[in-house]
Design a protein around this ligand. Structure first.
Ligand code: HDE
Length: 695
């Protein structure tokens, strides 16, 4: 709400003394509701505590003060132990093709039905206040409020995971989180403990390859794929099971940042992805994903050259195509970050009838963990009553009491079997959730890792060999960067050994960048298979040429041509882009005398925040900006990040002449508007090896 108090008013600093009959500030009048305590008592003065005289001690009696401070003291809840940093949005799911042949779940059989949902994206390692752009896996969680109960699809933006067995999860997370003795580094895998764990756990390498790839640096949430990773089951009306792996495919396509951008954005705008989601939704530029499934039978799975119960293995889309059956649209930003984004509790065990679990041992650990963790995070067993977590279909049970109980059951019967209240809820075998009647083999109980889980190198190799040359260079460079932060020599050496098994050329490039000798490769536990390459695992190779939802920065100043600015603005917007005006000051007066407000000052908006940049400034402004490091970096960085640049004559004369920007096909004068718009849809990757020492 806009407040109409003039803060320059010296009266605000005065001390209105209620006890002495003065009228305090900020009083309710007209339509403004009264401010009250939690008990509904109207508060007379919210600016001054109760004191014994104007300069005397504050009185313990002041229940208004105590209640306010007491509640404030307890505002924080424990952040998520992983995935603490996150952003979310409301939306809707619509099924476009029925899977009735495979499942009874209505969410997957009722074509055209709109199901409300809430989706949260997250990083894994960083704390709640950490930046949006570390090199990290991203969480991709969707809570669908189906008419048969909530279905939580708790996935990641990579189709595989680091470990095969849940018992290793605390170790993985302890290794990647800040080191316990020093409390750093925050939100970073580039440190000794992570790479120590990785080197001693070769099963991690497939996910590590994805982590070193551009997939770990998403340009926006709307440009990420989502994967459930594990195989789930679909059950039809006869209880027949079909395995399912689910995928979210972004309509905007997969797009990523470069590492240098990600690092700089971390300083310039730690909320980069969150802000983008907020702005996109508020502008009606709704992020959308297609929902697809890979379906296969037990018999088909037996023919795969890997075990699909192993979460470190993806099922190549070329082997089992992704069948698109639905669409998710995110169309409403949460009203309150804490109440919704922070308190939402996802649990992979939340599935409606017709969906069931496979025997993936990682999934089984998760089926316990997510419910358990909410007890600490949300304070007790009643977190399902928090509005964001509550189902939107009827629900009823005999659970009672516990911390934060909101329900008031009006019955004497909270048990079963019972004969006192015939209308109380009962189980319903026909409609209810049933598990797959899986025949159990009579193996021996033990702490066992299946031999079919032993191949740790074939899929990392497939991933690397499927990449385009520039993506391979990014992966090798990322390994060199990360291992360059590892001080313990034997930890680095061990990683190089594994890389030889994945791809000798990759190992060689990383070793050369680090100035290290290659060790002997460890003996693989299983033969390494040369799988066919899969284009679906690329990033740059499959990024669409499009301006949709990308951001153009236009640098302007006093005297800039309004007509010229509008031409660029309109052309960019027509192609689906968003535009931000950047200027030396917060306001500028254009050539026709109109005063505009810049979205950002150039000092606060480095070019890493934009996908392409334009400069339309007058000579006197250009001359002044040529003395400003921020402005010079604006152009150099845009160039180094392979972006399209459109420049005016004054920019050319006074600024480009001073910086290392070469006039290639993507650096064009503003009169070539169409060329710029076309260039801005992509990046000139061929420029990168000229401006960066890639491994
Ligand atoms: Fe999670 N994970 N995880 N995880 N995970 C949590 O649950 C856990 C795993 C994922 O936006 C926690 O509510 C174990 C795989 C996402 O709120 C916790 C294991 C995948 C989110 C937990 C895994 C994920 C979490 C922390 C190994 C991709 C954020 C807070 C057995 C398929 C959800 C919470 C959100 C969060 C445990 C592995 C995805 C502690 C034990 C594999 C997206 O329960």
């Amino acid at each position: 709400m806009k407040n109409n108090i003039d803060h320059s008013d010296p009266a605000l600093n005065m001390n209105p003394s209620v006890g002495n009959g003065g009228e305090p500030q900020f009083q309710a009048d007209g339509d403004v509701p009264n401010l009250t305590t939690q008990q509904g008592v109207v508060i007379s003065d919210n600016q001054n505590s109760l004191k014994a005289g104007p300069r005397g001690p504050t009185l313990l009696e002041d229940f208004v003060l105590r209640e306010k401070i007491n509640h404030f003291d307890h505002e924080r809840i424990p952040e998520r132990v992983v995935h603490a940093r996150g952003s979310a949005a409301h939306g809707v799911f619509e099924l476009t093709e029925s899977l009735a042949q495979y499942t009874t779940a209505k969410i997957l059989t009722e074509v055209g039905k709109q199901t409300p949902l809430f989706t949260r994206f997250s990083t894994v390692a960083g704390n709640k206040g950490s930046k949006d752009t570390p090199r990290d896996v991203r969480g991709f969680s969707v809570k669908m409020y189906t008419e048969e109960g909530n279905w939580d699809l708790v996935g990641n933006n990579m189709p595989i995971f680091f470990i095969q067995d849940a018992i290793k999860f605390p170790d993985l997370i302890h290794a990647v989180k800040p080191e316990p003795d020093r409390g750093f580094p925050q939100a970073a895998s580039a440190h000794d403990t992570f790479w120590d764990f990785v080197g001693l756990s070769p099963e991690t390498f497939h996910n590590v390859m994805w982590l070193m790839s551009d997939r770990a640096l998403p340009r926006s949430f709307g440009m990420m794929e989502g994967f459930g990773i594990h195989s789930y089951r679909l059950l039809d009306k006869d209880g027949k099971s079909t395995f399912m792996r689910y995928h979210w495919k972004p309509v905007l396509g997969v797009q990523s940042l470069t590492w240098d951008e990600a690092v700089k954005i971390g300083g310039a705008d730690p909320d980069f992805n969150r802000r983008d989601l907020f702005e996109a939704i508020n502008m009606g530029d709704f992020p959308e994903w297609e929902f697809g499934v890979q379906l296969f039978t037990e018999e088909e799975a037996n023919e795969f050259p890997f075990d699909h119960l192993d979460a470190t293995k993806l099922i190549p889309e070329e082997l089992v195509p992704v069948k698109i059956v639905g669409k998710m649209t995110l169309n409403r930003y949460p009203d309150n970050f804490f109440a919704e984004t922070e308190q939402v509790a996802f649990c992979p065990s939340h599935v409606p009838p017709g969906i069931d679990f496979s025997n993936d041992p990682l999934l089984h650990g998760r089926l316990f963990s997510y419910l358990d963790t909410q007890l600490t995070r949300l304070g007790g067993p009643n977190f399902a009553q928090i509005p964001i977590n509550a189902p939107k279909c009827p629900f009823a049970n005999n659970q009672q009491d516990g911390y934060m109980q909101m329900a008031v059951p009006k019955t004497r019967v909270l048990y079963e079997p019972q004969s006192l209240e015939p209308t109380r809820p009962r189980a319903n075998f026909k409609q209810g959730f049933k598990s797959f009647a899986e025949p159990m083999d009579d193996g021996v109980k033990g702490r066992i890792r299946s031999e079919s889980f032993a191949d740790h190198y074939s899929q990392p190799r497939m991933f690397f060999r499927s990449q385009t040359p520039i993506e391979q260079a990014h992966i090798a460079t990322a390994f060199a960067f990360e291992l360059g932060k590892v001080d313990t020599a034997h930890v680095r050496t061990r990683i190089l050994g594994h890389l030889i098994n994945i791809d000798p050329d990759l190992a060689d490039r990383v070793a050369t960048a680090l100035g290290m000798a290659l060790p002997e490769a460890p003996t693989p536990l299983a033969p390494i298979i040369d799988m066919p390459p899969s284009k679906a695992v690329q990033t740059i190779g499959i990024t669409p040429k499009s301006l949709k939802s990308r951001m153009i920065g236009i640098l302007v100043g006093d005297g800039s041509s309004k007509a010229e600015i509008e031409k660029f603005e309109n052309a960019a917007k027509a192609a689906g882009a968003r535009v931000k005006i950047v200027a030396p000051s917060k306001e500028a007066v254009l050539d026709d005398g109109t005063r505009i407000q810049a979205d950002e000052r150039v000092a606060g908006a480095p070019s890493v925040l934009f996908d392409a940049v334009v400069s339309i400034i007058m000579p006197d402004v250009a001359k002044k900006l040529a003395m400003d490091g921020n402005t010079l970096d604006w152009f150099t960085d845009a160039f180094n990040h392979c972006k399209a640049i459109a420049y005016c004559p004054a920019t050319d004369e006074f600024i480009l002449s001073k910086v290392a920007v070469k006039k290639d096909d993507f650096v064009t004068p503003i009169k070539e508007l169409d060329t710029f718009i076309d260039n801005a849809k992509t990046r000139l990757w061929e420029r990168e090896p000229q401006v960066r020492d890639l491994a």
